[in-house]
Write a protein that binds this ligand. Structure first.
Ligand code: PFF
Length: 455
């Protein structure tokens, strides 16, 4: 078995965990969900779900990972030998792999749009398209691009290659170093874009939409969406937090770390809302244009095209998205990589290649489902949509539920309390409250997500 690695510094382990949490989920999924679910009321629900359910479940994963000091499957093998709990870990590894198949493709699109922003191709011809024609122009460009065979594939493979290079560097020299550099970059870009967006004409209308709640818009579906968004955006339910916390030193304060990660993730989502809603309302673009991929690949380019120096804002935005996405893909890859190292005794290099090389073919299936494989349907979904649906609506909540049930009811007595208090050396840990939430509220809420998603 390989020597257990650790993060080198407190700031590095927080950067890496925050880097995993902040991803396409905050920058893209959150504004789109907020729009679909009625604006500010959704924001409030999302924050409540993060604090009341996200943080306790995150603490369950952290305690499991650091207490078991192994990969997502190994922690159960160690702590619950002879039982079937390891299946929860195996499902985590599976869900990580499934998410990677499409997350890599979207990250590839982001890279392509960054390149096209810098070389100007994305904005060629906007002068002749006229204001009215911009939406059509960018929609056509997006459809042409994602529907073509080679270009999105090649960019997906480049992203997979980048992941291989980073992961080969290991926990400290790869993941931690990358996060230490990229997280500050992400915040600088965010703040720059925030200033630009808030100074656009009529920005106030977008801010009001985002921050002024209309509670009549809340129904069961909104609550379920907010909960799903909270789990996804905190990287819960995929073994990522278990795997990363197995690299935390014994002195790390898990409670404090979870609150920092959760609040930073919420902060980025809020900043994205404050960037996107004013920009969209300022140019009178409608709510329909916020849905799905259109928001990022059509609506925002439309906004940038109306600003001076479109390529610059566009390049900054896609760089932001790329940074957010890469620190998340690396964390998801680490789940199966760690499992192969710890379970099968693979060297890091062999584990990284075993995980990522097959991904070139599997993510190709996802990429091609927008073009040549568009007619291939699984239960009525395209390959891409099917994998997205299965992982987000089924695997992710199932793993989160399994972890809550294990940590709440079956784990060795005192494990949670010991981990939360660093074996009794920290006073004032919120163990009783966390235990209550992990035992009762979180499993109930997560079970509801699954049921609601399928009725
Ligand atoms: N939290 C990431 C995001 O918001 O984009 C996505 C993610 C990463 C989900 C890692 C799950 C995970 F294990």
């Amino acid at each position: 078995m390989s020597e257990k690695q650790q993060f080198a510094s407190k700031i590095g382990l927080i950067a890496a965990t925050v880097g995993s949490a902040i991803g396409l989920g905050n920058v893209w999924r959150f504004p789109a969900e907020t729009q679909t679910n009625g604006g500010a009321a959704f924001l409030i629900l999302y924050i409540v779900c993060v604090l009341v359910l996200g943080v306790p479940v995150m603490l369950a994963e952290f305690s499991l990972g650091r207490g078991g000091r192994s990969d997502a499957i190994g922690v159960f093998r160690k702590l619950a030998p002879g039982s079937l709990w390891w299946i929860v870990g195996a499902l985590g590894v599976l869900s990580a792999y499934v998410i990677l198949m499409y997350y890599m493709v979207v990250t590839g699109w982001t890279l392509e749009y960054l390149v096209q922003s810098v070389d100007g191709a994305l904005y060629s011809g906007i002068g002749t398209a006229g204001t009215e024609g911009l939406a059509g122009l960018f929609t056509e460009r997006m459809n042409d691009y994602v529907g073509s065979t080679w270009s999105p594939l090649i960019f997906t493979w480049i992203v997979i290659g980048l992941n291989i290079v980073i992961l080969m560097g290991g926990v400290q020299k790869g993941i931690e170093r990358l996060s230490n550099v990229l997280m500050p970059v992400l915040f600088v870009i965010l703040l720059l874009m925030l200033v630009v967006s808030l100074t656009l004409p009529d920005a106030g209308a977008g801010v009001a939409y985002f921050l002024d709640p209309d509670f009549s818009k809340i129904d069961a579906r909104t609550v379920i969406s907010a909960l799903g968004q909270a789990l996804f955006s905190l990287s819960i339910g995929m073994g990522v937090l278990v795997t990363y916390s197995s690299y935390y030193p014994a002195s790390t304060r898990l409670g404090r770390t979870s609150v920092i990660v959760a609040l930073t993730s919420v902060l980025v989502a809020v900043l994205m809302g404050l960037i996107i809603f004013p920009a969209v309302t300022s140019f009178g673009l409608d709510g329909e244009s916020m849905r799905g991929a259109t928001l990022i690949f059509v609506t925002l380019p439309e906004v940038f095209a109306r600003l001076p120096l479109p390529w610059l804002w566009s390049a900054l935005f896609f760089a932001l998205l790329l940074v957010a996405a890469i620190t998340s893909t690396v964390s998801i890859c680490e789940v199966p990589v760690a499992a192969l190292q710890d379970r099968c005794g693979y060297s890091r290099r062999r584990a990284v290649l075993t995980v990522l090389l097959p991904l070139t073919a599997l993510s190709a299936l996802c990429s091609l489902s927008f073009g040549p494989l568009a007619d291939v349907k699984i239960l009525g979904y395209t390959i891409f949509d099917f994998l997205d649906m299965v992982s987000t609506n089924l695997l992710l909540p199932a793993v989160a539920l399994g972890i809550c049930l294990y940590m709440g009811w079956f784990a060795p007595k005192g494990l949670l309390a010991d981990e939360l208090s660093n074996n009794g050396s920290l006073r004032g840990s919120a163990t009783p409250a966390v235990t209550f939430l992990i035992r009762y509220l979180a499993p109930l809420a997560i079970a509801l997500i699954v049921v609601f998603n399928y009725i």
